[in-house]
Design a protein around this ligand. Structure first.
Ligand SMILES: Nc1ncnc2c1ncn2[C@@H]1O[C@H](COP(=O)(O)OP(=O)(O)OP(=O)(O)O)[C@@H](O)[C@H]1O
Length: 289
């Protein structure tokens, strides 16, 4: 998939995307960015639910705005606001969606069961969706996106509202599904994609700030990550002044992880940056924190 100079403006004049370029192959792309960065807008364009205002998106060389059907046949999409029919069982719901998607009925039943198995819901197949947890519903969402064995799987902020255990399970599931497909997963939480993403794209204010391997983002932050222990009374001032990626209460004060061009204060020690540090460093440099 190639995204070339894609821009998008909402009818109220708000510019949600400006000149976004991406060249993508099989693997997991983690699309990271703070709220309002333009991730969902970009995902809707990639899923052919909106057309770029400028630029173009190519799927195997074909412009997806002019000829969306080629991509749609190979697309699985889990939108941010995925809803289920609570009165249906998981199996009934997926069978219904398989029919909507035009799967031949002779293969649909088997495919539905396969997809439920892939997301770990085989045992719950005949339970009503109304009784499912948030994590189980999201897995139903993934199962429906897999019905047509998509080459492109787009998942928009899938872990919002999930508890930590469900979140972890969901991350493992996405890793298992990658294989030869392109999976695009958007999130504003670094740990959602830290273990799984083969490439990262970071967006803020409609612009692409970074695209490359996670290690390359970490390399940019080397020499700018610090650990610094401050007394509790100094915390508010530090928060106002510094980009802090985490804080930990210790017997001798609050231990901060800070990204900063120079040591944030006396006694600060340089540390190897984490991906979280590197993301914060990138946003901070672009005034997008
Ligand atoms: N229908 C709309 N009309 C006008 N502006 C919109 C509309 N939808 C989104 N926006 C604005 O466009 C920008 C990008 O929104 P988008 O939903 O793509 O961001 P996002 O990165 O997915 O953030 P979030 O995680 O909050 O959904 C935001 O500033 C948002 O307020």
């Amino acid at each position: 998939m190639r995204v070339e100079g894609v821009g998008f403006r909402y009818p109220n004049g708000h510019e949600a995307l400006a000149g976004v370029d991406l060249a993508l192959g099989p693997g997991i792309l983690g699309l990271l960015g703070p709220n309002g960065a333009g991730k969902s807008t970009l995902m809707r364009i990639l899923a052919t639910l909106a057309k770029p205002g400028s630029g173009r998106v190519l799927w195997n060389g074909v412009d997806t705005a002019a000829r969306p059907d080629a991509l749609r046949a190979e697309l699985g999409y889990l939108p941010q606001d995925f809803g289920v029919y609570p009165a249906l069982s998981a199996r009934e719901f997926l069978a219904y969606l398989a029919a909507v998607k035009g799967l031949p009925s002779r293969v649909a039943g088997e495919r539905v069961d396969e997809c439920l198995g892939m997301v770990g819901l085989a045992e719950a197949a005949d339970r009503r969706l109304g009784g499912f947890s948030g994590g189980m519903r999201q897995r139903v969402g993934i199962a429906q996106a897999l019905l047509n064995d998509p080459k492109l799987l787009i998942v928009d902020e899938p872990t919002v509202g999930l508890d930590p255990e469900e979140r972890l399970r969901f991350r493992h599931l996405i890793t298992d599904l990658a294989g030869q497909r392109l999976v695009i997963l958007s999130t504003h939480i670094v740990s959602d994609i830290e273990a799984s993403a083969t490439t990262l794209a970071v967006m803020a204010k409609g612009r692409r700030l970074f695209h490359g391997e996670p290690e390359a983002l970490v390399a940019q932050a080397r020499g700018h990550a610090w650990e610094w222990t401050v007394p509790e009374a100094a915390l508010a001032e530090a928060r106002g002044r510094l980009a802090i990626s985490s804080s930990l209460r210790r017997p001798d004060g609050i231990r901060l992880r800070v990204v900063s061009a120079e040591a944030p204060g006396p006694g600060a020690t340089g540390v190897e940056p984490s991906l979280e540090d590197a993301y914060l460093w990138l946003l901070d440099r672009h005034g997008a924190r």
